[in-house]
Ligand binder design. Structure first.
Ligand SMILES: Cc1cc2nc3c(=O)[nH]c(=O)nc-3n(C[C@H](O)[C@H](O)[C@H](O)COP(=O)(O)O)c2cc1C
Length: 196
C-alpha cells in the first residue's frame, strides 16, 4: 500500500544544505511506491508562533496554516529532517511544528539528522525524538544520520562517494521500520478510534 508521508525540513538559511537530504528522502520514498511530499518550512513561511492553529476560530486561520493542518491530518506518517544549530533543533522547523498539536496525534514519525561535520546532527536528532513523542507521535527507533552532508549528497540530492553508498544502505531499514509502524497505526485506527 502507498503511504502518505510528509517530509519536513526547516532551515531558512540562504545557503542551506539539508534540503539535499530532504530531497533524497522524498525521492527514495517515492521509489518505494510511497506518496511522499516535502514540507519546506521556509516555503510555507508561517509567522513566528503567535496563535496555534487550534486557537483560531474555525475557518479563520491563515490559508497556509489551514492548508498545512489538512495535510498533516491526512498523512499516514512523518519524517523530520533536522540539522543541528549549537547542539539543538533548527528554529524554523520547531516554529512550524509548534503551530499544531492534535493534528500530529496517532501516527509514527522518523528522524533524519545531518550536519556539516562527522557528528551528523545526532544531538539535534535526539532532542527531536523527545519533542515528537511529546506531540503525540510514535517515534521509530531507526534513524538516518548524515555527515558531512556535502560529502554524502550532491546539490541535486543524489548520493555521492562512500558516504552516499552508506546512506543508501541505511535507507531501506529506516523506511521499513517507518512503514511497519505506519501499517500498524493505520490498522489500529481502523480497529478502534483513538481515545482522545
Ligand atoms: C547557527 C549554526 C549553528 C551550528 N551548530 C552546529 C552544531 O552544533 N553541530 C554541528 O555539527 N554543526 C553545526 N552547524 C553547522 C551545520 O551543521 C551546517 O551549517 C548545516 O549545513 C546546517 O544546515 P542547513 O545548511 O540545512 O541550514 C551550525 C551552523 C549554524 C549556522
Amino acid at each position: 500500500m502507498s503511504d502518505n508521508i510528509l517530509v519536513f525540513y526547516g532551515s531558512y538559511r540562504s545557503d542551506r544544505m539539508g534540503v539535499r537530504l530532504a530531497d533524497y528522502i522524498v525521492s527514495a520514498l517515492r521509489a518505494r511506491g510511497d506518496n511522499a511530499q516535502l514540507v519546506d518550512a521556509k516555503e510555507v513561511d508561517l509567522p513566528m508562533l503567535d496563535r496555534m492553529y487550534k486557537e483560531y476560530p474555525k475557518g479563520t486561520a491563515p490559508a497556509a496554516m489551514e492548508a498545512l493542518a489538512e495535510k498533516i491530518r491526512s498523512a499516514d506518517a512523518f519524517v523530520f529532517v533536522t540539522g543541528e544549530y549549537n547542539w539543538g533543533p533548527q528554529p524554523g522547523l520547531k516554529n512550524l511544528t509548534d503551530h499544531f498539536l492534535e493534528e500530529w496525534f496517532w501516527r509514527p514519525a522518523a528522524v533524519a539528522s545531518y550536519s556539516a561535520g562527522r557528528f551528523s546532527g545526532v544531538r539535534s536528532g535526539t532532542v527531536w525524538h523527545s519533542i515528537l513523542s511529546e506531540m503525540g507521535m510514535v517515534v521509530v527507533s531507526s534513524t538516518l544520520a548524515v555527515g558531512p552532508i556535502s560529502q554524502t549528497l550532491d546539490a541535486a540530492g543524489k548520493p555521492t562517494g562512500a558516504a552516499g553508498e552508506s546512506l543508501e544502505r541505511s535507507f531501506g531499514r529506516f523506511a521499513d521500520d517507518l512503514a511497519w509502524w505506519t501499517e500498524a497505526a493505520r490498522a489500529q485506527r481502523a480497529r478502534k478510534a483513538p481515545p482522545y
